[in-house]
Design a protein around this ligand. Structure first.
Ligand code: 8YV
Length: 328
């Protein structure tokens, strides 16, 4: 008997095909997320889930899925999954690290450059038909080249962002929970500094750490007040790392110059006050959104799923403590 699995968001056909050969697949092909009730109802007889980072896996969901063996995120971030609750029930959880680093770093730079050079504002002006001719003092932005880039969280994605800074002749400072080896620092041409110094010296501050309770509002009013008034904040990591209300106040009062944001608190119902600001470049959580990368993420998630359902240890297991007590 093939295992029953649920796919919560529309996958690429290339991904569904191999899945259908090995599993009984129920997939949401509508593009509209299921309601919580519907999601809970559909998991009742499933052994595996392929989900997006926007789907919550909590105790309630797990209790509605007594046959569940594995939950596979099509995302590297996994703050949507209650890992302890999974482990307690012998449910394996996996993510998709590594395959989206370069693509997310590209988007980070798109936001950084757009915010620095006021691109969204300039485009709105042009689209509104307001362009009358050359304007010597309009849309004056900030130079990116030779500026100081501060990176908070120098993991895989942060490092890919740092490597791109070389092309802009930037000085790169970073702060991390654990300092990297001197060899890696040298190879990346980055300098480790305290969090306080990072805030003080960065012309561009980019966040690349995972969300956790400890990192909640790691950038709030106090931190924004320590940044340069000319600084630009970039967040393509996770909503909740930044206190959005405090950021809106800082952008409105020009306490910092600008921001580039791909992620928000309470997505997709982000704070509408962002829309009233000119000095922010906004994107709807598209950091990993290229066809090649989304396909690679799905493929890795499927690899995790099929391994777990075959009784093998999945390559990106997040809760190894669950392995010995996994449901068989
Ligand atoms: C996903 C992401 O698109 O991988 C992550 O952590 O934030 C994005 O790449 C998003 O989580 C939806 O699955």
């Amino acid at each position: 008997m093939k295992p029953r699995i649920l796919v919560s968001r529309p996958p690429f056909p290339e991904v569904l095909q191999p899945l259908r050969q090995r599993c009984l697949v129920e997939a949401n092909e509508t593009g509209v997320a299921w309601s919580l009730e519907e999601f809970h109802r559909r998991v009742a007889d499933k052994e595996g889930l392929l989900i997006s980072g926007a789907d919550r896996i909590d105790e309630k969901l797990l209790d509605a899925a007594p046959h569940l063996k594995v939950v596979c995120n099509v995302a590297v971030g996994y703050n949507n999954i209650d890992l302890a609750a999974c482990t307690e029930r012998g449910v394996l959880a996996t993510n998709t690290p590594g395959v989206l680093d370069e693509t997310t770093a590209d988007l980070t730079w798109a936001l950084l450059l757009a915010a620095a050079r006021r691109l969204p504002e300039a485009e709105r002006f042009l689209r509104a038909g307001e362009w009358q001719g050359w304007m010597g003092d309009a849309f004056l932005g900030r130079d990116v080249h030779h500026a100081t880039l501060g990176i908070l969280g120098l993991g895989r994605i942060g490092q890919a962002v740092a490597r791109r800074a070389r092309g802009f002749s930037m000085k790169v400072l970073y702060h991390n929970r654990t300092r990297l080896s001197r060899k890696t620092e040298k190879a990346l041409d980055v300098q480790y500094v305290s969090f306080a110094r990072l805030l003080r010296e960065a012309d561009f501050l980019s966040l690349h750490l995972p969300y956790s309770q400890n990192a909640h509002h790691i950038i709030g009013a106090k931190e924004l007040a320590r940044m340069k008034p000319t600084a630009v904040l970039v967040n393509a990591a996770r909503g909740g790392l930044v206190d959005d209300v405090a950021l809106i106040a800082a952008l409105r009062s020009q306490r910092i110059a600008a921001a580039g944001l791909d992620v928000f608190e309470n997505e997709p119902n982000f704070n509408p006050d962002f829309l009233k600001l000119d000095n922010v470049a906004l994107a709807p959580h598209i950091g990993s959104a290229t066809r090649a990368t989304r396909l690679a993420m799905f493929e890795l998630a499927v690899k995790n799923l099929l391994a777990a359902l075959a009784g093998k240890r999945p390559p990106c297991l997040l809760n190894p403590e669950a392995w010995t007590k996994r449901r068989k």
